[in-house]
Design a protein around this ligand. Sequence first.
Ligand code: C2E
Ligand code: CA
Ligand code: CA
Length: 739
Amino acid sequence: MTPDSDLIKFRPEEPVKTSPARRHGDSWRVLIVDDDDEVHQVTRLALDRLEVLGRPLELLHATSAAECLEILSREKNIAVLLLDVVMESDGAGLQAVRQIRNVLGLDEIRIILRTGQPGYAPEELVIHDYDINDYKTKAELTHSALTTLMVSSIRSYQQIRSINQHRIGLQKIIKAGASLLEQHSLQEFSEGVITQICSLLGLHAEGILCAQTHHEEDERNEDIYILGAAGSYAPFIRQRLSNLQDRHIGELIETCMKSKQNLYTDNETVLYLGSQSGAAAVYLQTTQTVSEDNRKLLQVFLTNIAIGYENVKLFQKLRNTAYMDPLTKLANRNEFTRLLQQRQNSEESPQVAVLIDIDHFSDINDGLGQEIGNELLISVANRLRMAFGTDAVIARVDADVFGAIGDEFNLSPQSVLAVFESPFNTRDQVLTINATIGLGRLRDLGTQGLIMLKRVYIALNSAKKRTIRHFDYYVPQMEEAKEQRLQMIRQLRVDFALQKLSIWYQPQYDLQTRRIVCLEALLRWPQEDGSYIPPGVFIPIAEYSGLIVSIGAWVLEQACAQLAQFRAGGITGMRIAVNVSMPQFRSPAFIAQVANALQRYQIEEGELELEITESVLMDDPEAMIQGLRKLKSLGVQVSVDDFGTGYSSLNYLRRLPLDKIKVDASFVRDLATEDGAAIAETIVHLGRQLGLLTIAEGVETAEQEAAMRDMGCQEAQGYYFAKPMPLEQLAHLLEKSPT
Ligand code: C2E
Ligand code: CA
Ligand code: CA
């Protein structure tokens, strides 16, 4: 076999000693093993200036089989081994071959055996089993024979390597593809692609994946966004490509997308990833030019993942992990949460997070229709964008809750509330809306996005409970208060089950006869130390937790039992008023429960009164009218509690089957003021017009009693007459006051 003339070249003569200094990356490494020094010298002379496929040789030397194995286990990428058969022992060379193939597992290295005497030739089988390229006696290996053999061995080494590498590469692609299929978000997928490509190329992951995204409202307006990034580009995820400092990268990516071709420069690679729904590109920092082999490998990989990319995009659309609220085009809750956490670490001026809750939004939605509701939400979004958009993040965090993050001084409660000062125009409605806002200074909120969001919600809920101002800032005590409330509800549950609750009664008097006409049942929750937790504190918690439904049923039961007992004790014509909460009234079993109790205790018409607060009455007008009619038909009296504190429409009040309105204690307290007196008088007047009885609550003085009586109010209840009291005490009072 004669070597191809273009494959072999001899470099010009140069000092022999320089050859081992060459880097093995661009030379063929050849290991010469022989216990005869002279053989080393001769071989070196023969091979030193040889170039194969444009690369020189790098010669390594060993003088024993042991040394040979030691070098092979340490050094990488040795292409050819020239091995003496007889060294420390007769079979040392062949034993070494066995070790190399079976123990070190080096399959790629080409092996040429040499021996001094023909008698030591290994058997055919051995040559085959150990993949020995050639066997020559030293006499046979002339200068030219040696070069020829070297060239063919190196070529065969290179072929084996490239096949192996392709195989490894393909295995990697399959593995990478499989792991990418598990990634369902575009960001994870993109990062996966970068990492996998870098690992295919044996690089440290450093790069970005971008795609063109269509604006939903404007197809022509296309921006290139960074979908995923690894290494130093990670902070730019989800940003516009134009936000990258390095314009050069942007230009490369744009060129790649336009030309739909991969670009390779000395230390950068831009890969085109086309799919039906749009173009994407992967930019990588590659420390050296990507070899032809690797480029082919990448192409296979890219075709492979283009399908995956398509899937992920679809998936993304379906799951809407997108970071945008489709209605208002603002950031959505996920994105808001992510930004909260991100901004936490920002070095900017003090930042605040705000949640803006539109009051009574569900009324608008139910009353005027979802379309108007949506229009309103879009208008609110636009106003917020106009007011704060340039320096704050605006988001829609919940159906009727907007979010903002920005400079603490710009995003003040006043400036946010100002957005709602003028009414909103929808297609055919002008809507005046109010908002309640919760705020949290980022430095107070912690470091984890979800917890931060939760804390701003705590502030929002606290703001909702306020009556005068409509905002609140988060303070850690709020959470302590919440923990206390939780503790309280646990205890209430236990104490209720243990029947530790009791009912006190407060009499209501006829202002003309000064007789007791009714007793209001008021819950008491005694504590171990003899004190009481006031119902004003625990009732709202019981309502919130739903426990009020069973507690309320119990109160009703007790009241009816008490009425039956009065009758048995000869007290007739006494009425008991029971307070009914919203969750109780809403519970479907409520009316049946009342009917059942009335029947069991043989309660007569007018003996049981239910007190329902004005705000409960306004909750669901039509259902309320139905419910009250049924109650009336059972012979139950109905009074409106805390009248004047809600905002009933007169028209509506007229339609409700009611008996009595209770003038809220706050107006009675303010009787001495001009406004207070006017309001009380209006209510009494209204009652008369609607044909309802009026009763004044919280009467504490003789003056108040007189004032109410003069206005025409028929009944009164208050400390001036009697405080709420336990039954034993009440019995005493009932004896004194004839009914
Ligand atoms: P409410 O229905 O408005 O009850 C009247 C409250 O005013 C009672 O407070 C009573 O003790 C208090 N009060 C009566 N006269 C005077 C007065 O002259 N001056 C002052 N300053 N206060 C007076 P209480 O017993 O603390 O009850 C507070 C609230 O708890 C009640 O307000 C009612 O909304 C709720 N509640 C009490 N028991 C029940 C119940 O069994 N079920 C439900 N759902 N709510 C209840
Ligand atoms: Ca009441
Ligand atoms: Ca009341």
